[in-house]
Design a protein around this ligand. Structure first.
Ligand code: PXP
Length: 248
């Protein structure tokens, strides 16, 4: 059974990417986040990367001060990021893997092999009141490990599903969607809240939005790109419409 309205978290990292292409202050990711809130986003996501290639420390300060909806703070499991999260105490912290040379977050976190370290890493974040989410592939071993370390939320990585779609590999795409479907149900059965995201577009969002256990989608790059053509509010409005249609 569906768990009701699917939340949309809008990731504003790539507003900062455009700003940083020239330095200076424009376009302002905080302004984009406020507009996204008004356009129907249920929350805002921002990833403070170790190399600060898009979102900056000042952006996180600005978002914490300006937002009226929850901030989902994406970060790698490093001491520096933990300190920053403990200072801001955002609504949610999503732990993602990070490699300096990657273009984007390429795979899910390897939780099973790092269970002990991650359990200790997330404990203070939870004590500070942040909901801890772990970004992982649709893999039963990783989901079980995320559950054991005390995460409340997992975010399933939809990147492979979206890549197969874009490459026209429809059999592989459908296999990956089946894994996402099965693992969303499995995680829900363990009592984890299930989110999903990465690479989603108007073409790929509906089969994921239709999975009844999924409670939140986090979408960024496509929406910021589409905003060039439609404006941010309309780009978000169309994504919202497709999500609601898939859910109905
Ligand atoms: N969820 C997580 C955990 C991510 O790391 C990202 C990318 O930063 C997204 C969702 C959004 O992905 P995209 O920008 O491709 O929509």
């Amino acid at each position: 059974m569906s768990k009701g309205k699917l939340r949309l978290g809008v990731n504003i990292d790539h507003v900062a990417t455009v700003r940083n292409a020239r330095g200076g202050a424009y376009p302002d990711p905080v302004r984009a986040a406020r507009l996204a809130e008004e356009a129907g986003a249920d929350g805002i996501t921002a990833h403070l990367r170790e190399d600060r290639r898009h979102i900056s420390d000042a952006d996180i300060e600005g978002l914490m001060a300006a937002l009226t909806k929850p901030l989902n703070f994406e970060m790698a499991a490093t001491e520096e990021m933990q300190r920053i999260a403990l200072r801001h105490k955002p609504h949610a912290v999503c732990i993602v893997p990070e490699k300096r040379e990657e273009r984007t977050t390429e795979g899910g976190l390897e939780v099973a092999r790092e269970e002990n370290r991650l359990a200790h890493f997330i404990a203070p974040l939870r004590e500070a009141g942040s909901r801890v989410s772990i970004f992982i592939a649709a893999d039963q071993r990783q989901i079980e490990a995320a559950h054991r370390i005390g995460a409340e939320v997992i975010e399933l990585h939809t990147g492979a599903y979206c890549d197969y779609h874009a490459e026209g590999k429809f059999a592989e795409r459908d296999d990956e969607l089946k894994r996402l479907t099965d693992m969303a149900a499995f995680a829900d059965g363990l009592g984890l809240e299930v989110h999903a995201g990465h690479g989603l577009t108007y073409e790929t969002v509906q089969p994921v939005a239709a999975l009844p256990q999924i409670m939140e989608l986090n979408i960024g790059h496509f929406l910021i790109g589409e905003a060039i053509f439609l404006g941010l509010a309309d780009a978000i409005g169309e994504m919202r419409r497709l999500m609601d249609e898939a859910r109905a």
